[in-house]
Design a protein around this ligand. Structure first.
Ligand SMILES: [Zn+2]
Length: 412
């Protein structure tokens, strides 16, 4: 794609505005958003894209993704690994980790970035595994990938996939990862034999480094595993309100309605964002119950009713945790709609927020979008109503980034 410095998007429908609109972009920044007939001011743009009434949205934001364990199904089959739920997936992925070269990991990561870009994603929070067998250059490799992908803004989580209490060296390596370019401290209490001690360790590191915290939390069908109500007072005590994201929280589906409402209110008061991952959570959950097994996707409606910010993310691409690719985050919204019985237009628009505005607000750094004076990061969809992006799991027809417009295919 040749870089263009000045370009204009015309004929755009914008959410919440009447008529069609023109967006002028100059040197990667949204210069102005005006009614379509306002015309050109100053120099002529290098390129004009007429959307002819397609919907233009701030680009999608994926709040939870792993680049370092993508596209592993063939290798796992070769090793005779696969299935087995969360424990099996952790074991299989560790086994494979020991034999994968950095080149192979990078090639698979590039595939994910390409899928994300063509799916309309403009920014993502990426968990970088820091564990006993992760390579010492894991963070620099991710930072280099981000530098080579200017149309996608990536931020990195130092993620202890196997916990912290059984590996005394991992805390030092997490601190190193923060110094090497991670901006968010991660955690994974369910993978640690002492989940509460692990929680205290990663919260301490977040406080010490002045960083936000992002936990893989409560990925279980068993309500007794629920730690979310232990996380809330610790977040408040540490003063991390508004800076914490928790992913999965599938155990909440097993809690009785009163307890769900109580926890949701406390989570909202602590300013914690919940990120649900419909593909992984559907695939990993409900394996132990012979009848009417839970399907794992957390209680999006109840959380939203209590005022908890809810985001949706892709997490994994074709590995032991998630055996499919997510072609666009719009598929996460579509799946969440089915699994959470979200039938009305307002409920479905809430799911559109969950892949656009909500994850934007939860990212640690600034995110490209459609704000005048901010970096451009937008995607167009061939629909007349915003709710149709969710109803048909629309694929974007264009994406707009700092390097210029990129046509992605025919309008969905
Ligand atoms: Zn994850």
């Amino acid at each position: 794609v040749a870089e263009v410095s000045r370009y204009a998007i015309t004929g755009a429908l914008l959410r919440g505005r009447v008529g069609t609109w023109r967006v002028d972009v100059d040197s990667g920044v949204v210069d102005r958003i005006v009614p379509d007939d306002a015309g050109t001011v100053g120099d002529r743009p290098d390129e004009v894209v007429d959307l002819r009434g397609q919907l233009l949205l701030p680009g999608l934001v994926d709040l939870h993704v792993h680049l370092d364990k993508a596209y592993q199904l063939r290798d796992l089959e070769r090793l005779g690994e696969g299935g087995g739920g969360i424990e099996g997936a952790l074991r299989a992925t560790s086994r494979l980790r020991d034999e994968l070269t950095t080149d192979r990991i990078v090639a698979n990561a590039r595939r994910v970035l390409d899928v994300m870009a063509t799916g309309g994603t403009v920014a993502a929070r990426v968990h970088v595994e820091i564990g006993p067998s992760s390579p010492p250059d894991a963070v620099p490799v991710h930072v280099a990938l981000a530098a080579a992908t200017p149309d996608l803004r990536l931020e990195f989580v130092a993620f202890p996939q196997h916990g912290t209490t059984t590996d005394p060296g991992v805390v030092r390596r997490l601190a190193e990862a923060m110094a090497q370019g991670c901006t968010v401290v991660g955690g994974c209490p369910y993978a640690d034999p002492d989940p509460l001690a692990h929680l205290d360790t990663v919260i301490g590191l977040a406080v010490d480094t002045g960083s936000p915290l992002d936990l893989h939390l409560d990925l279980s069908d068993d309500v007794d595993d629920l730690l979310l109500d232990q996380v809330v007072p610790r977040v408040e005590k540490a003063g991390l309100q508004g800076r914490v994201v928790v992913g999965h929280v599938t155990a909440l589906t097993a809690a009785p309605p009163d307890r769900v409402r109580e926890i949701a209110a406390a989570v909202a008061a602590a300013g914690i964002t919940v990120v649900s991952i419909p593909t992984t959570d559907l695939f990993l959950s409900g394996r132990g119950s012979p009848q009417a097994p839970t399907r794992g996707v957390t209680r999006i409606g109840e959380l939203a009713d209590a005022g908890v910010p809810v985001a949706l993310a892709s997490n994994n691409y074709e590995n032991a945790f998630t055996p499919v690719t997510m072609p666009s985050l719009t598929h996460a919204a579509w799946l969440a709609c089915l699994t959470n019985h979200r039938a009305s237009e307002s409920q479905q628009l809430h799911l559109l927020d969950a892949i656009t505005t909500t994850p934007r607000g939860a990212m640690a750094g600034p995110v490209p979008g459609l704000t005048v004076g901010g970096p451009i990061g937008a995607a167009a969809f061939g629909v007349a109503d915003a709710v149709d992006v969710v109803r048909i799991a629309a694929r974007p027809s264009w994406r707009f980034g700092p390097a210029g417009p990129r046509r992605l295919g025919p309008a969905s």
